[in-house]
Design a protein around this ligand. Sequence first.
Ligand SMILES: [Zn+2]
Length: 384
Amino acid sequence: MLDQAQIDRLRQTDAGEFPVLSVYVNLEPGPDSLRTLPPRIKDLLAQVEISSESLPRPQRLSIREDVRALSRDVGRFGTDLGHGVAIFLSSGAGIDEQFALPGPVRDRAIVDAGPYTRPLEAMIEHYQSYCVTVIGRRIGSIFRFSMDQLDTWEEMRDEEIRKANYGGFSGYEEQRVRARAEEMAARHYRHVAERLAELRRTDGGFDLLIVGGSDVHVAGLLDVLPTDVAAVMAGTFVVDPGTMTPATVLEHARRVAAEWEVEEERRLVADLFDAAASGGTAILGLEEACVAVNRRAVEVLYIQAERTTPGSVCLECERVTCETGSVCAICGGELSAVPDVVDRLSELVRSTGGRVRHILNEGPLAEVEAGALLRYVSPMVDPT
Ligand SMILES: [Zn+2]
């Protein structure tokens, strides 16, 4: 299963002087998706050949060999590889890696100095680990999913209330039995809540909690969740515990998580824009983001997923910029072209202890492409 350690290892792969061809292919069984696979891959590879024509001969030959190898393999790609596949090749440097992806991905081919991992990073962030609890009066089922796959499933049962025979008993006795049943249900909710707290705090934890069941039991469990568990509540759904399966539970959980994500992204982007409007603590725009990242001033970089913008890195001062000339405007050093400035910015932010958030849903950030929360307030420089 795809994880951060694999991505980190991939990023650290040293291709030396040779370029790496990174290819992402969508395998989601949508209309025509698999039938058109070979022509789609051929199109991507044709673009790669055209764009690598200007490379020096050894690099060009390495890419040409990668394109040939991939062309030979086109027939191999099917849905058994997951919803998508990522391939990293460099015949010159001896790199040949392939990853099955947990979700659909946009087709693309990128030639860069190292493996192009930004779509993988976005995917890891998107497919968080969910804990899904289906709560009944006596039974609680706890499912844990990560990267869209079921990891564990456990069931908790609390003792059954003995069926009472009300015939001939006074109203008092009936009330007593009912109170006892409510007390037992409350105890069951607490047991499940305690188990969730335990899972959240140990054993890898989970990022989101989603609760299903009938309204009354869902409300009963939510009432007794410890604060740190309640803090990661993403939403609830109605399901009949008697007929559910892990697949139907995952279906509900995906929908709740997607709705939660839209809302969470909207809130993050709104906060970013507010911070930028109040001045000093945040910036908006790709070029502005480059400046802040180059100064190591970024705490959180927000980027619109799926957008790529070519740019350059200065070989002298190591500045990342959207400029595409051959000479650095600051130090006069040589600029080296990069296919995606945002990828380089993300890498720099991570390597300097900051965080990167991919925003998947189109919103205000799409118009400015990137934004950042800053580590410190920059001193005002009087431009006069
Ligand atoms: Zn420079």
